[in-house]
Design a protein around this ligand. Structure first.
Ligand code: FAD
Length: 478
């Protein structure tokens, strides 16, 4: 009989110094107590952890950057398999390829690639990890120009439910590669590295526009006839903040000159009945733009990013617009933003189209290729007493917008969402379930919103395993 598998890597147990730090997630709303966290140092540590847990019937969660909105990468009374020490970035300039450790945070990725004049399209937050971002799709301010993060993905190295290290690329396990392009984190295995196609980049131009809050209807009308159809080198985000904040804003990034950007934004700055409070356009080296948009300042030598730099309590939810908003939709948004519980509530619109929309909805697991923009309903608070009204507001505005929107984004995962399988994956649900059945038939990788091994009749709330993860965390003890 073979020896019982052992946990290898840096193991942190309850009572150990550093246990609280090891279990903490980015969203301070959740506080869970795993039986152990293992910080893996290589793929073999990950394999040992999976084997160790499955041999004992212990529940597991994969974790990289800890930014899951609902804290699903940590669980009570189970094993967290953390890959954040796998953060090496190797760039092969000649082949335009980069191999990135699954635990690398985005600033590490941008910095390493930027040193040699290349990048991948990814998100703005410096501490989000490449793993969760890519596996769910990955939107950022280069997405209309270069696609989602998952569109540049060429291969993954993954530890399976059997504890085997496999590769998925265009030659082997192609179905698994497809699933890793938007099928969501935590579903098929633990990714230990990603191989990406890289893109050359030198300078970019960025724009920030602000308006008094009352300009909202005019600005929204102008933005929605511009954002998804303008020159695809420009990606913009419209931030519709609560009325009590007093203003709304738009941020954009363009692979082009300041003059070109200035011309392109004219429909926005001269929107009917509106006058911007400020317009700023800057052309700068790409890495400086990354730092500026990520809130780190524009001097890379001064970037010091703590893993969970600005931990906050928040609730976010999402949806997609496939049609421009009519008067009813604008009125609903305006009404909800007028009665938001705090000035930190907002609805963020991320422009799609361009390179995102040129990919077929079934060419990768990410289905929302034809959407014009995504909406993110966001609320942030500090005191626990503020949680209830903020969560209720996010749910209220999401529901108010349901008649005007479709679907939702898996990376903006939302425990309140009904019919979530269809919302996240659309017509790709059945194929994702078949891939789940092939690579993880025992549903070792399971959490409250994981893909089931068979598609439910009407894709929606469950799957082959009944209560499917809606049971509270922590049925297992180490
Ligand atoms: C402040 C902030 C800013 C954000 N900005 C953007 C943005 O600009 N664009 C965008 O598209 N999204 C953005 N997001 C959403 C982000 O993409 C998701 O929250 C993402 O899932 C985070 O990944 P993570 O690895 O950091 O988090 P984690 O909590 O570690 O993991 C998230 C999910 O992926 C799974 N997972 C983690 N590592 C692995 C692995 N190695 N193998 C398999 N599964 C794994 C986890 O089990 C979990 O289900 C943002 C989130 C936050 C909190």
């Amino acid at each position: 009989m073979s020896a019982a598998p052992r946990l290898t890597g840096r193991v942190v147990l309850p009572g150990d110094p550093g246990y609280d730090d090891a279990r903490e997630g980015y969203n301070a709303r959740f506080s869970r107590h795993p039986s152990a966290v293992v910080f893996c140092q290589d793929a073999q540590d990950v394999a040992s952890a999976v084997r160790w847990a499955t041999a004992r019937g212990v529940e597991i969660r994969a974790r990289s950057g800890r930014h899951c909105y609902e804290g699903f990468s940590v669980l009570d009374a189970g094993l967290v398999i953390d890959v954040s020490d796998l953060r090496n970035v190797r760039v092969d300039r000649a082949r335009s390829v980069a191999v990135i450790g699954a635990g690398a945070d985005l600033i590490t990725v941008y910095d390493a690639l930027g040193q040699v004049g290349v990048t991948i399209p990814a998100g703005s937050c410096p501490t989000v990890s490449i793993a969760g971002l890519t596996l769910g799709g990955g939107f950022g301010l280069l997405s209309r120009a270069l696609g989602l993060t998952c569109d540049s993905l060429l291969a993954v190295e993954m530890v399976t439910a059997e504890g085997e290290v496999i590769r998925a690329d265009e030659r082997e396990n192609q179905d698994l590669l497809w699933a890793c392009q938007g099928g969501g984190g935590g579903n098929f295995g633990v990714v230990t590295s990603f191989t990406f196609k890289t893109h050359p980049v030198s300078e970019v131009s960025i724009v920030t526009i602000t308006w008094p809050w009352g300009a909202l209807p005019g600005v929204l009308e102008a933005w929605q006839s511009f954002a998804a159809s303008t020159d695809e080198r420009l990606t913009s985000i419209l931030k519709l903040t609560a009325r009590s904040s007093g203003e709304i804003s738009c941020v954009g990034q363009m692979l082009g000159t300041g003059g070109e950007l200035h011309r392109l934004i004219q429909p926005l700055v001269s929107a009917r009945g509106t006058v911007p409070s400020s317009v700023s356009i800057e052309t700068l080296p790409y890495l400086r733009a990354v730092g500026q948009l990520g809130g780190l300042g524009s001097d890379p030598d001064r970037w010091t990013v703590h893993q969970r730099q600005a931990q906050a309590s928040f609730k976010n939810a999402s949806a997609y617009a496939y049609e421009p908003f009519d008067e009813g939709a604008v009125a609903a948004l305006t009404a909800e933003l007028s009665r938001a519980p705090s000035a930190r509530c907002l609805v963020q619109l991320d422009a799609h189209g361009g390179a995102i929309g040129r990919v077929a909805p079934d060419a990768t697991a990410f289905p929302h290729r034809r959407a014009l923009w995504s909406l993110q309903y966001q609320a942030y608070w500090t005191a626990a007493a503020e949680e209830k009204e903020n969560v209720a507001w996010v749910e209220r505005v999401r529901r108010a917008m349901l008649p005007h929107t479709r679907g939702a984004y898996i990376n903006y995962i939302d425990a309140e969402l009904e019919d979530w399988l269809t919302a996240y994956y659309g017509a790709n649900v059945a194929r994702l379930a078949a891939i789940k059945a092939r690579y993880d038939p025992r549903e070792v990788f399971r959490f409250p919103r994981s893909i089931p091994r068979s598609a439910p009749e009407a894709a929606g709330t469950g799957g082959s395993s009944g209560a499917h993860g809606d049971a509270p965390d922590g049925q297992n003890n180490l």
